[in-house]
Design a protein around this ligand. Structure first.
Ligand SMILES: Nc1nc2c(c(=O)[nH]1)N[C@H]1C(S)=C(S)[C@@H](COP(=O)(O)OP(=O)(O)OC[C@H]3O[C@@H](n4cnc5c(N)ncnc54)[C@H](O)[C@@H]3O)O[C@H]1N2
Ligand code: MOO
Length: 390
């Protein structure tokens, strides 16, 4: 058995950043920017009015001052002349501030009669002008690698970048094995259950940017597994679920090795998830997840998500554990790192009583995984523990 940290390092060794593709800006949300890009313009490209009102020379602004309105500046239609002494230009939000003007008096502070305005209220000291380039200036960069948020996409649009270099999404083939499994919506036999891990992992990995292919469930025979593996052709990563343990029907390792898997490890000192396996499988990586549903999901979160991120070219961020006090005591731990499903009780964490790795109802309620390290002594109420937010 190897440690969680060694398993993580070995898994990251199996993958590398994928190719770069160019996409239209509108298709890039959630994708990972592969090369830094720079603004092609200043924003705003001119000094712009932030309010609807009247553009005047700041030196002339005082309560009761009067101006003659000589023209109009609207967004998309600037005023072409110059604002002279005693003059004002009617201006709207987003319009270029005309030459000669340096202050926008909001219309609420103005009394207008015909072409004449009087500053009826104190206009204050805020000029209501957004200086050219105050948002960003030409050449300002958005630095890669970066997963693009909706706000990033808006920023890149404003920078006039219509196409972007992004990493190809890693294709992950998910292969569930077991005679007991049927798809949701089917009628299970008396000894059967509904496959669940595939759906949880698909959701998890898609959330982190993978393109997931769900392969048909493989029966517990060598030939069914062989066929299933051939369907993973073209994937960057094959993830098997189940059949990883030591039982007579746990065939995954044997079949994969007969097809050329170079195993890099088998078994990790953790709970849940001990019978985790991984290796290089021809041109792709393979991870064999344990079948117990919580084990598969926890290993997916701790190990497969970082592999997806590495293929997307994102920097390795060893799961940054936070610390919080315990709401209940914990017994001493054995030799495996225990990732305990827990929920918040105020600002303290309460691991669930039942940590069995089959309990999806507990996992679904859990808000955090509390890490009880290998061979840790018993922990008391209010002792600080490390945790990972789910
Ligand atoms: N003698 C030993 N037995 C077991 C050991 C051990 O060390 N010695 N380890 C246990 C641990 S820990 C785990 S975890 C499991 C892992 O077993 P497998 O990876 O071989 O998984 P299966 O036996 O195929 O299934 C376990 C359990 O999970 C259900 N399952 C499987 N796949 C799915 C799926 N896609 N969706 C929903 N549920 C699934 C399956 O029906 C079983 O109930 O081994 C222990 N045994
Ligand atoms: O390692 Mo198993 O995953 O505890 O049920």
């Amino acid at each position: 058995m190897i440690s969680v940290a060694d398993a993580r390092a070995a898994l990251l060794d199996l993958v590398k950043p994928l190719d770069v593709e160019t996409l239209r800006l509108a298709d890039t949300a959630g994708r990972v920017l592969a090369t830094s890009v720079s603004a092609r313009r200043d924003q705003p490209p001119f000094d712009a009015s932030a309010m609807d009102g009247y553009a005047v020379n700041a030196a002339e602004v005082e309560q009761h001052a009067m101006f003659k309105v000589v023209g109009e500046a609207a967004a998309g239609h600037g005023f072409q002349g110059r604002v002279g002494a005693g003059q004002a230009v009617r201006i709207f939000t987003g319009a270029p501030v005309p030459q000669g003007a340096s202050f926008v008096v909001i219309q609420e502070d103005v009394h207008r009669k015909g072409d004449l305005i009087t500053l009826s209220n104190d206009p204050g000291t805020n000029s209501n002008i957004r200086a050219r380039g105050c948002d960003f200036a030409v050449g300002q960069t958005v630095t890669a690698p970066r997963r693009l948020s909706p706000a990033d996409v808006a920023l890149l649009a404003a920078m006039n970048i219509a196409e972007l270099p992004v990493r190809r999404r890693p294709v992950v083939a998910l292969l569930s094995t077991g005679d007991e499994l049927v798809m949701p919506g089917q009628t299970p036999g008396p000894d059967q259950i509904i496959v669940s891990n595939t759906f949880g992992l698909k959701a998890l990995l898609e959330q982190h940017g993978a393109e997931v292919r769900v392969l048909p469930i493989a029966r517990d025979t060598d030939s069914a597994l062989r066929t299933a593996f051939t369907l993973a052709e073209g994937a960057d990563l094959v993830v098997t679920i189940g059949g990883a343990s030591v039982g007579d029907h746990d065939l995954v390792a044997g079949v994969a090795q007969s097809l050329g898997l170079e195993r890099s490890f088998y078994k990790v000192a953790m709970r849940p998830g001990k019978p985790l396996m991984a290796g290089r499988f021809g041109p792709r990586a393979m991870v064999g997840l344990p079948g117990n549903p919580v084990s598969a999901m926890v290993c997916g979160r701790l190990f497969v998500v970082p592999m997806v991120e590495a293929m997307l070219g994102l920097p390795d961020q060893p799961d940054r554990l936070k610390r919080a006090p315990l709401a209940i005591a914990l017994p001493r731990n054995g030799p495996r790192a225990h990732y305990m499903r827990a929920m918040w009780t105020g600002d303290r964490l309460t691991p669930f009583d039942n940590q069995d790795s089959s309990l999806l109802s507990v996992l679904a309620q859990a808000e955090a995984l509390v890490l009880h390290p290998p061979n840790a002594p018993a922990a008391a109420v209010d002792d600080l523990v490390e945790y990972l937010t789910l």
